[in-house]
Design a protein. Structure first.
Lengths: 165, 165
């Protein structure tokens, strides 16, 4: 196997939700600060011509001893089948990498204000990529197990929407 | 800023395209071998209940001195506006991380056969996540600049399709 890879964060979530909870990320606001020591604003030149970005980040609050390497029930729910860690998106995973798509609210200097980013304040950011329709898999229909649909049903909702249902 | 993050590949592309070229990834077949020393098949248990996976990988062929940190023309095309490295998806980027969605063809033991993965043979794999419709941003319309549409027009086509156009 190849050697280890060294990653240096390009920025951090400097404002956002404090607690790690599973759902209700729809109304979450967050600010990503690009590290001004490494990058000028030229690094995000033109980013505002896109509506969405893909954020690659590090689940820094996960303890190494909690990392799962085999199979488990999604969200610990015994009703759902046991799935391998690479068949789930939970945070307790090898390399602790999260990938999430969110909406750009506004960009001011080296601060990217986003909506719906499911990362807490303090999260190290590893990369930012623009979302291009050419990369979104709408060419063929997406197939997924029933539990994955149920699991995600409240993920991007606002807390208010749920209370009113 | 936080300290460096150490990543250990979870597997490699053991079969796939040899050359790094920009387009025609539509008909590309590749095999991802999960590192059998670190993981049993339980790590990908149930993955075949999904049609698509998101693969996080390392652009290992990029030389450190070629990494871009400011703005440049996408694909070096002067007709397109200069964009920051984080407003592009090109490989010469800080941390050299690629994120790509592809289709599962079949899974045999610890080998995941995929279609349309834009990573060459030998690429270290950092993470694999299932694609869930709940995470795909169809809630709001995706907006992107015109050059991004043009840039992607041949990316996932087959070479034959282009020749016949």
């Amino acid at each position: 196997m190849a050697n280890e890879i060294i990653i240096k964060p390009i920025g951090h979530v400097t404002f956002g939700r404090k607690e790690t909870i599973d759902d209700y990320w729809g109304d979450s606001k967050a600010v990503i600060a690009l590290d001004a020591k490494q990058f000028s604003q030229r690094a995000i030149q033109g980013l505002d011509s896109f509506s969405h970005i893909e954020v690659i980040f590090y689940f820094h609050l996960v303890n190494d001893q909690d990392i799962l390497t085999a199979d488990s029930h999604p969200r610990g729910n015994p009703v759902w089948p046991k799935m391998g860690i690479f068949a789930q998106r939970k945070k307790d995973r090898p390399n602790k990498i999260g990938v999430s798509i969110c909406t750009i609210d506004k960009i001011e200097n080296n601060f990217i204000h986003v909506l719906g980013l499911d990362a807490v304040e303090g999260t190290p950011i590893i990369d930012i990529k623009p979302v291009m329709t050419g990369f979104v898999p709408n060419k063929t229909e997406i197939r997924e197990p029933e539990w994955a649909k149920t699991l995600m049903c409240a993920y991007y909702k606002n807390k208010d929407e749920i209370d009113n249902e």
